[in-house]
Design a protein around this ligand. Structure first.
Ligand code: AMP
Length: 416
C-alpha cells in the first residue's frame, strides 16, 4: 500500500517518526529539521480525516524512564508544526484508552519508545559472553513482540516514516508491521523519498560515479568503502583516514589521527582499487595544526611528511584542487563524511571545496546525494543544502542501504 492510495478518513494511524531532535540544556529544540521532515505524512493523514498516534525515540535512555529524553519537551513544537492540539501519553505501552478516545483530526504523541528495553529488543545488563545471554536474548525478543503488538493495538493502520532508524529491527520500526496486513501498512513520504534516492544511486548510475568518503576513521567506513569499490569510477577518501593511508605507504604523520592497526587494511584498499580499475584519490597535502583547536598555529605540508607535534586537520590546497577536478566531472555523486575537522571554523576549507564542487556538478546535471549527520551539517553550515540533489536524513541507514543491505524497516512493509 502507498500513502497516496490510502484514505485515512475515520481511521486511526500509528506513525513511527524520527523526532530524535537535538535539544539545548533547557530542553528547547535547536534544529527542527526532523519534525519538518515528517510533516507531509502527518498532514496527509489528518487532512484525510484520520486520527494520528505519533511515536518516536529520543536519545539513548537505554530502556529506562529518563526525563532528559522525554518527548513531552517537544509536544508544543509538534502542535505548532501541525497547527493543532497534541495530546500526550506519558506511558507509550499503556496508551490504549487515550488512543481509543481519539476523534478524527486529533493527535496523540506517545512518550519515548526507548524508555522500554523492548523497543530495541536487546537484553539489558548482561554481556554477550555470559552463559545466560542466549536465554535472556530469546526472552527479550518475545517481550519485544508483545510490546509491538500492544503498540499495534492502538491503530488500524501503520506508517513508517523514520528513515534514520530503518536499519534497526526495533519494535516500532519493523516488528510492529507483522500485526498489520499488507493493505494497512505503508512507508511515509519521507521514507519513500529516501528509498528512491538510494535507488537513484544504485540502479540507473550515470557515469562517472564519484563517491567521497570522509570522517575520522577508516575502520567505521570499511564496509561501505569495499562495497562502493564495485560500483564507483572515482573514490575520494579524505578526513582523518588520510593519515592511516599515508602511514601505510611509508609516510610520517606526526600526531595526526591514525589507526595503526589498520595499515594493512589501507594497503589492501589501495590494491583492490587498482585491481578493479577504480580511481582512488587520496589527500597529498594537508593543513597541519600544532594542537587540536580552532586557534592552533597552522601550516601547509605534505600528508606524507608531517612533523612530530603537528597533526593534519584539513585537506591542503593541492588536495582540494585534485578533489574538485574529479567531482566537477561526475554525473553521480555520493558524499558521506567531512574532509577535515569542520566543527572548527578554521578547518572547514576542504569540506567547503568538496561541497562547492558538488553544487557545480549538480548544476551541470549530476545527481548528488549527501548523507550522514556530519556531511549534512557541512552543507547546512555552508548554506548549500538546497543546491544538491538530495540531502538524506539517514546516516547509518543510508550507508547500509547503499551497501545493498535490505533495511528491516523497509522490508517489514514491503515484505522483501
Ligand atoms: P565520522 O563520525 O567517522 O563520520 O567522522 C566525523 C568526524 O571526523 C568529524 O567530527 C570530524 O571532525 C572528524 N574529522 C575529520 N577529519 C579529521 C582529521 N583530519 N582529524 C581528526 N578528526 C577529523
Amino acid at each position: 500500500m502507498t500513502l497516496d492510495n490510502y484514505n485515512f478518513a475515520g481511521k486511526k494511524a500509528i506513525v513511527r517518526v524520527d523526532f530524535n531532535v537535538p535539544l539545548d540544556e533547557n530542553g528547547k529544540i535547536t534544529d527542527d529539521t526532523r519534525i519538518r521532515g515528517a510533516l507531509p505524512t502527518l498532514k496527509k493523514i489528518l487532512e484525510d480525516g484520520g486520527s494520528l498516534i505519533i511515536m518516536s525515540h529520543m536519545g539513548k535512555p537505554k530502556g529506562k524512564v529518563n526525563p532528559k529524553f522525554s518527548l513531552a519537551q517537544i509536544k508544543d513544537d509538534v502542535a505548532k508544526a501541525l497547527g493543532r492540539d497534541v495530546k500526550f501519553a506519558e506511558d507509550c505501552a499503556n496508551a490504549g484508552e487515550a488512543a481509543a478516545n481519539l476523534k478524527p483530526g486529533e493527535v496523540l504523541l506517545l512518550e519515548n519508545l526507548r524508555f522500554y528495553p523492548e523497543e530495541e529488543g536487546k537484553p539489558v545488563g548482561i554481556e554477550k559472553d555470559d552463559p545466560a545471554y542466549e536465554a535472556a536474548r530469546k526472552d527479550m525478543k518475545a517481550r519485544q513482540k508483545e510490546f509491538a503488538k500492544k503498540l499495534a493495538s492502538y491503530a488500524d493502520v501503520y506508517v513508517n516514516d523514520a528513515f534514520g532508524t530503518a536499519h534497526r529491527r526495533h519494535a516500532s520500526t519493523a516488528v510492529i508491521a507483522d500485526n498489520f496486513d499488507a493493505d494497512n501498512k505503508m512507508l511515509g513520504y519521507l521514507m519513500e523519498k529516501e528509498v528512491k534516492a538510494v535507488d537513484n544511486i544504485l540502479s540507473d548510475i550515470k557515469r562517472p560515479f564519484t563517491a567521497i568518503m570522509g570522517g575520522s576513521k577508516v575502520s567505521t567506513k570499511i564496509g561501505i568503502i569495499e562495497n562502493l569499490m564495485d560500483k564507483v569510477d572515482n573514490l575520494i577518501l579524505c578526513g582523518g583516514m588520510t593519515y592511516t593511508f599515508a602511514k601505510a605507504q611509508g609516510g610520517k604523520v606526526g600526531d595526526s589521527i591514525c589507526e595503526n592497526d589498520k595499515l594493512g587494511l589501507a594497503l589492501d584498499i589501495i590494491k583492490k582499487a587498482k585491481e578493479k580499475g577504480v580511481n582512488l584519490v587520496l589527500g597529498t597535502d594537508c593543513i597541519a595544526a600544532d594542537s587540536f583547536s580552532n586557534d592552533a598555529k597552522t601550516m601547509v605540508c605534505s600528508a606524507m611528511d608531517i612533523p612530530d607535534g603537528w597533526e593534519g586537520l584539513d585537506a591542503g590546497p593541492e588536495t582540494r584542487k585534485a578533489f574538485q577536478d574529479v567531482i566537477r566531472t561526475a554525473k553521480t555523486i555520493l558524499w558521506n563524511g567531512p574532509a577535515g575537522v569542520f566543527e572548527f571554523d578554521n578547518f572547514t576549507g576542504g569540506s567547503r571545496a568538496i561541497a562547492e564542487a558538488i553544487v557545480e556538478a549538480t548544476n551541470n546535471g549530476a545527481f548528488s546525494l549527501v548523507g550522514g549527520g556530519d556531511s549534512v551539517a557541512c552543507v547546512n553550515k555552508f548554506g548549500l543544502a538546497d543546491e544538491v540533489s538530495y540531502v538524506s536524513t539517514g546516516g547509518g541507514a543510508l550507508l547500509e542501504a547503499i551497501e545493498g543491505k535490505v533495511l528491516p524497516g523497509v522490508a517489514a512493509i514491503k515484505g522483501e
